[in-house]
Design a protein around this ligand. Sequence first.
Ligand SMILES: Nc1ncnc2c1ncn2[C@@H]1O[C@H](COP(=O)(O)OP(=O)(O)OP(=O)(O)O)[C@@H](O)[C@H]1O
Ligand SMILES: [Mg+2]
Length: 358
Amino acid sequence: MFELSSRLKQAPLGPEVETSQFVAQHFAQWKLGLPFETALPLSKHVPAVIAVGGGKGGVGKSIVSANLAATLAQFGYRVLVVDLDLGCSNLHSHFGIAMPKRSLAEFLLTKTASFRDVILPAPVQGVAFIAGGREETWSDQIDQSSDYLLPLWQSLIASKQQFKVDIVLLDLGAGTHRYTMDFFTCAHLGLVTCLPEPTSIENAYVFFKMTLWKLIDNIGRRLGQQEIAQDVKAALVSLAGGSLSNGYASSFKHLQLSYPHFIHELLKAIQGRCMGIVINQTRDQSDIDLGSSMEHICQKYFGLPTKYVGYLNYDEAVLKSLKNRRLLVSDFPHSMIAKRLSVAASHSLKILGMQRRN
Ligand SMILES: Nc1ncnc2c1ncn2[C@@H]1O[C@H](COP(=O)(O)OP(=O)(O)OP(=O)(O)O)[C@@H](O)[C@H]1O
Ligand SMILES: [Mg+2]
């Protein structure tokens, strides 16, 4: 049986990162934004969690997740990457391997495998992964109860102590399903992947809006003020004149008059969020510049602080590596896209207050 800790031990080790500076500095604000079901105990022994979302399908979430994991492992971290595209999972293909028999479906749905059993070796030193499984009933089950996902969150958080995992990377599914937003808002860093195309940009903004909505809902539940949460959302929509492009951030001050405590807590939770933007498949400078405009718009319209983590150029190497059944950064380690992934990984670490170990 594959032993995660022995496999990960092969990764070059640096000084132990007890906890990221980010968690230490921001936990007070951040914990309020967590989904009600997933309250994270304040501990310096948790892995840094990075979620990769984007709202739209096919924007590169899985490519970013798999290759960022490998790049972070090259930097000296032990990384566990999890396919949360439940029912349509294909993260394994980006590692060049066939659909594994053991997946999250066996751990969470049929309960025929333990968490340890579903952790599989990735063909990269320092990286292990968990497949999502193709169980068609996944989304129905999760719609009925989010209890399905709680054991996963708990196991991921415990993975630092149990398996010495430093970083957990979550490859989220397309769309803004409740569980997708749960994991995105639970993560210490949420990356939004976007293509330089109108439909993808639109979906990315919807994704940011849903993040704001999720934070409002979470605060409502934690404070036992769900009705106020609904009122706040309705007021934000009404003050923006029903248009996403008018934004909500300018209305926070106005709403503070009616709901001072709630908005105070919301602003704290927003400031505690760490979010990054990745523009994928860039072809020219205007595509590259898109990340900075989105960073600005997210702050202005949603009040959400985001950082432009980096761009990935359009590269034939992506398709070639998929056809070669090899991980992109292993197959084309000297390609421009591998260099861009390295930049994105460095920026992500910086946001988390972590450093390269080698
Ligand atoms: N930088 C790139 N250069 C060239 N092709 C790319 C690039 N990024 C992604 N692609 C193409 O887009 C496809 C989709 O990428 P990927 O599977 O990572 O997207 P996804 O967002 O995870 O999709 P899904 O929502 O279906 O999970 C890849 O199979 C590849 O063919
Ligand atoms: Mg995917």
